[in-house]
Design a binder for this molecule. Structure first.
Ligand SMILES: *Cc1c(COP(=O)(O)O)cnc(C)c1O
Length: 461
């Protein structure tokens, strides 16, 4: 399987090169040249597989430059760190299924992809005798999952910038309590945008980027999307057994990475009814799906901070397919966005969008109410991101269908909000209790790019 760019400016490259390239060198995003099809018989045969076995079957169809035994070992090691034997169990609740994606080390779904990506990086770097310096900005979840994905790994040094005092307490501890020599936390006096701007500026300095082999771990890496495709199949196989009801997925969305993985599963032939794209007040993607209105607004801070995004980086992958794989139409759309702050779509394109997706935006009051009601009715605690998806599913998807809601984080990761919703303290799992009192290491800095650059140069591997 070879990979191409949404902007059409690169020759097809094999999987390992796509992983190391991250963002395509022409500024686009990488996609496989085609999607391997899975037949109904094939799916049926996969019912009895464990999560890592299924992951191997799915992922290996997109990878032809890593020997099967090596790929299997990378996958097995990636999911051995999960604390639930099923890795991503599906829990039946009143009216919905909860797909728990938070049993990895940092209690958010990003571990599913970043454990895999960390092991992949280490494998490819060792084979090529190369080193990689990862630099990233985080509002909390990506940074902690990336740090745990690469801690102690040969050939990799990681620098993560986060806004000082603006992540949840658990998120900060999950990052700063990792004291491995190859991990550097930088807390910036400023906002997430300040962190992001500095990281972008460093990547924009091409000489610096080349000299220090800088790499990124954000959700633009194809390997992250690929790892996430697996749990759509896994969950479908768990609930599909019960009847022939249509199966829908509700996905709390920020950067469009998670839901794009669902779209890939659908393209491969997994019988998915609708992909429900759930947003908070940052609802540009909901306006797009419901009204064809893709116009930029201001980012609003909410109780589901990992979805506080206006420009969803993975959306370009979907646009490429929506525009029938025409890179010129993609480029024109981004020129329009830059000039007018919006992208326009034809009526035929919007029909195609609504064939695959539906969408709802859930505000903060409704999110807190959903956490409270769901707990009262089912005795089950939702994190605020998951609550956005559950509320959207209950409102929009028929009650007699199988409604699978992706639980993207453990409620303990956002205990401040969960406690606000319940009006009382939420239980603290052992893995969170253990964080307190651990030694921490973190560099606190002003939002000054020269200081950040000097720190990188002094500590780069
Ligand atoms: C990252 C994140 C999301 C959004 O996922 P995308 O792939 O960016 O759409 C939702 N919930 C949680 C808890 C997250 O960490």
């Amino acid at each position: 399987m070879n990979y191409i760019s949404t902007r059409g400016g690169i020759q097809p490259i094999p999987f390992k090169d796509a992983v190391m390239m991250g963002l395509a060198s022409d500024g686009g995003l990488l996609l496989p040249q085609s999607y391997p099809a899975i037949s109904a018989e094939q799916l049926e045969a996969w019912r009895s597989l464990s999560y890592p076995e299924l992951a191997f079957e799915v992922i290996s169809r997109f990878v032809d430059d890593i020997p099967a035994g090596d790929l299997k070992s990378i996958i097995d090691r990636s999911y051995a760190t999960f604390t639930h034997p099923e890795i991503t169990p599906v829990i039946k609740q009143d009216g919905v299924y909860i797909l728990e994606l938070f049993h990895g080390v940092t209690l958010a779904f990003k571990d599913v992809a970043l454990q895999f990506l960390g092991n992949l990086f280490e494998y490819i770097l060792a084979e090529r005798g190369e080193k990689l310096n990862i630099i990233g900005a985080t509002s909390g979840d990506t940074g902690s999952a990336a740090i745990h994905g690469v801690r102690g790994k040969n050939g990799i040094t990681i620098f993560i910038l986060h806004p000082h005092g603006k992540t949840s307490a658990v998120q900060a501890l999950q990052m700063t309590s990792v004291t491995d020599a190859n991990v550097h936390n930088i807390a910036i006096h400023g906002t997430f945008d300040d962190c992001q701007d500095m990281v972008k500026a460093l990547f924009g300095d091409l000489e610096f980027k080349e000299n220090y082999s800088l790499g990124a771990v954000n959700s633009i890496n194809w390997a992250r999307v690929l790892a996430q495709v697996v749990y759509y199949l896994y969950a479908w196989l768990r609930v599909g057994r019960e009847s022939d009801r249509p199966v829908h997925f509700s996905v709390p969305t920020g950067n469009f990475g998670d839901i794009f993985a669902g779209y890939v599963a659908k393209r491969m032939g997994l019988p998915i009814g609708k992909l429900l794209l759930a947003t908070n007040e940052n609802n540009i993607l909901t306006r797009f799906i419901n009204d064809g209105d893709y116009s930029l607004g201001e980012v609003v801070a909410t109780v589901s901070p990992s979805m506080d995004i206006q420009i969803a980086s993975n959306f370009e992958r979907y646009l490429f397919h929506l525009f029938v794989d025409n890179p010129d139409r993609v480029k024109a759309a981004f020129v329009e966005l830059k000039e007018n702050g919006r992208i326009s779509f034809t009526a035929a394109e919007m029909l195609s969008v609504r064939d695959d997706f539906c969408s709802a935006s859930v505000n903060q009051a409704a999110t807190l109410e959903t956490i409270r009601n769901f707990h009262a009715e089912n005795g089950y605690l939702l994190d605020p991101h998951t609550a956005v998806g559950v509320k959207a599913a209950l409102d929009l998807l028929p009650a007699d269908s199988a409604r699978i809601c992706l639980a993207t984080a453990h409620p303990a990761k956002f205990s401040e909000t969960v406690e606000k919703a319940l009006g009382k303290a939420a239980p603290v799992p052992a893995s969170v209790r253990e964080l307190e009192g651990k030694p921490t290491r973190c560099e606190i800095m002003d939002a000054d790019i020269e200081k950040v650059r000097a720190f990188l140069v002094a500590h780069i591997g």
